[in-house]
Design a protein around this ligand. Sequence first.
Ligand SMILES: [Zn+2]
Length: 81
Amino acid sequence: MPVPKRKRSRARRDSRFANKGIKVLTMATCGNCKSASLPHAVCKTCGHYKGVKVLLTKTERGMKRDEIRKAKELKKKGAQA
Ligand SMILES: [Zn+2]
């Protein structure tokens, strides 16, 4: 009966199980922007859930931040003059 020549190291043995916990994600398509998103979750691309806008996207937050910054600058200029 064939027998392994050497003992397998812990690293070699454990590397076999390294990807055991990884699962393939099931993806759904967003009804609004048609991009891939997780099912039963808000679309991260457009912020829609079941056809309703519920979240601001990263770019929208950036735009809002810019608006606030501009308003603050205007206020400062108004206070100085
Ligand atoms: Zn979307």
